[in-house]
Design a binder for this molecule. Structure first.
Ligand code: SAM
Length: 206
């Protein structure tokens, strides 16, 4: 999977929107690793929740030009940047400024992707809509992630796949158990140690 160009972005804009980092690129590498699996699924709708600069959903859109790509972000400036990144790389992307995927009512997605704010923080730090929303994850770094997990059974197609980036501090075993209770199997697609942080990309599917 190609990494999208982001030459159009002024460095200063990354004071307000999450700048693509190792976690973003691990997620792209995980999607690349699963390319053949994803091609067999021939996805019609792909949603990235919390798209930030748009680098991940744009990479997906470049690899799957026939797939209808959508993204959401709680940070309005991230929505604008995602749209620009997609357009710069000739990918059609609809972006929605919303909390997770709460405003989609009838839509069901074949692929859902989330690189959440995963840093363990005080609960009070979490739930904003500016740059702090990029990293502040509250208790276990999971407060935002757990809210999304709860929505997956209604929003993921029966034969769909959900990709989620976690770090060890998020206690991935608990996430696997939550998703198991919802009826999902899981696999670790890729993991990488970045400085002191063990990052893992999981996929969940029925
Ligand atoms: C770690 S950043 C990942 C950005 C991008 N996906 C990437 O991989 O580079 C997390 C993103 O989730 C967004 N976010 C946080 N809470 C959210 C929520 N409740 N609903 C939608 N997006 C949210 C943040 O604004 C931020 O853009």
């Amino acid at each position: 999977m190609e990494t999208p160009y982001q030459n159009h972005i002024d460095k200063a804009d990354f004071d307000h929107v999450y700048e693509p980092a190792e976690d973003s690129f691990l997620l792209i590498d995980a999607l690349e690793k699963d390319l053949e699996y994803l091609k067999k699924k021939n996805p019609t709708f792909c949603l990235e929740v919390g798209s930030g600069s748009g680098v991940v959903i744009t990479a997906f859109g470049m690899a799957f030009p026939q797939t209808f790509c959508l993204s959401t972000d709680i940070n309005f400036k991230a929505c604008v940047m995602s749209k620009q990144t997609a357009a710069y790389n000739k990918v059609n992307l609809d972006t929605c400024n919303m909390d997770l995927m709460s405003s989609f009512t009838d839509n069901v997605f074949d692929v859902i992707i989330f690189n959440p704010p995963y840093v363990v923080t005080e609960s009070e730090e979490c739930g904003g809509c500016d740059i702090t929303a990029s990293w502040a994850g509250g208790t276990k770094g999971r407060e935002i992630t757990d809210r999304l997990l709860n929505m997956i059974p209604k929003k993921l197609a029966n034969d769909g796949v959900f990709y989620l980036l976690l770090i060890e501090e998020n206690i991935p075993d608990e996430v696997v158990q939550i998703m198991f209770d919802y009826g999902y199997k899981s696999d670790v697609v890729l993991k990488r140690k970045v400085r002191n942080e063990q990052q893992l990309v999981f996929k969940f599917f029925r």
